[in-house]
Design a protein around this ligand. Structure first.
Ligand SMILES: N[C@@H](CCC(=O)N[C@@H](CS)C(=O)NCC(=O)O)C(=O)O
Length: 228
């Protein structure tokens, strides 16, 4: 059975959604990042990057959420566009766009808005600007297409859902008004039974909620280690 190392954060939740959509049996193993469990040697042997999610499937170890989505899609033959260079090009481009742009910029926007010990206007504006720009690109795409790639719901939509559900945390409460097409997709996915099952799976485990010194030491190591 697939072992799924997770928390309730955006990147693991994309994978929880895909596992539920595929109906694959899996063993969910919570990694409480606010308690520092991502740094335990046994977890680092699975994901040397000390982040969730990761999966272990027999002798295959896969980390990084979008790599896992692609792995599971190839394994099951589900939620992929039809064969052909054109759809494959679109799939890879949009999957990497979410992995290298939407996720990191959203994460930094949430960080500088909500968690950084100082309010740095330059950093907040830079990351909010880039996050908004990325969501604008997704919104335009979804103005022309029902789903991100091809005519059917697939892994890029799941990758988008993981982050876009949390747009207000990255861009403020009113931000949804700017992205009606994206909101349509997020609402449609959130209403799917697999999304409800993924959320219920996450809610079964009591992850630490306080953001205290233990959490800061586990997740914001840069506060304690000067590089420059
Ligand atoms: N590129 C990785 C990023 C994973 C990532 O940043 N995970 C976050 C949760 S969304 C995490 O584990 N944070 C804990 C930490 O930074 O210590 C992916 O897509 O899986």
């Amino acid at each position: 059975m697939i072992k799924f190392y997770y928390s309730g954060a955006p990147n693991p939740m994309k994978v929880a959604l895909m596992l539920e959509e595929c109906g694959l049996p899996y063993d969910p193993i919570p990694v409480d990042t606010r308690k520092g469990e991502q740094h335990k040697p046994e977890y680092l042997a699975i994901n040397p990057n000390a982040k969730v999610p990761a999966i272990v499937d027999g002798d295959a170890i896969v980390f990084d959420s979008n790599a896992i989505l692609l792995y599971l899609a190839k394994k099951t033959g589900k939620f992929l566009p039809p064969k052909g260079d054109k759809p494959r090009g679109e799939l890879l481009s949009w999957l990497m766009f979410v992995a290298s742009g939407v996720g990191p910029f959203s994460g930094q926007s949430v960080h500088f808005r909500n968690y950084a010990p100082e309010k740095i206007e330059y950093a907040i504006n830079r990351y909010m600007y880039e996050t908004q720009r990325h969501y604008g690109i997704l919104n335009d795409r979804l103005g022309k297409h029902k789903y991100m790639v091809g005519d059917a719901y697939g892994i890029v939509d799941m990758a988008v859902w993981g982050w876009a559900r949390l747009i207000p945390a990255a861009l403020g409460e009113k931000a949804w008004d700017k992205f009606p097409n994206l909101k349509r997709l997020v609402d449609e996915i959130s209403a799917r039974p697999a999304a409800a099952r993924a959320n219920a799976m996450k809610d079964k485990h009591k992850f630490k909620t306080e953001f205290d010194d233990e959490a800061r030491k586990a997740m914001f190591k840069h506060i304690y280690e000067k590089v420059a």
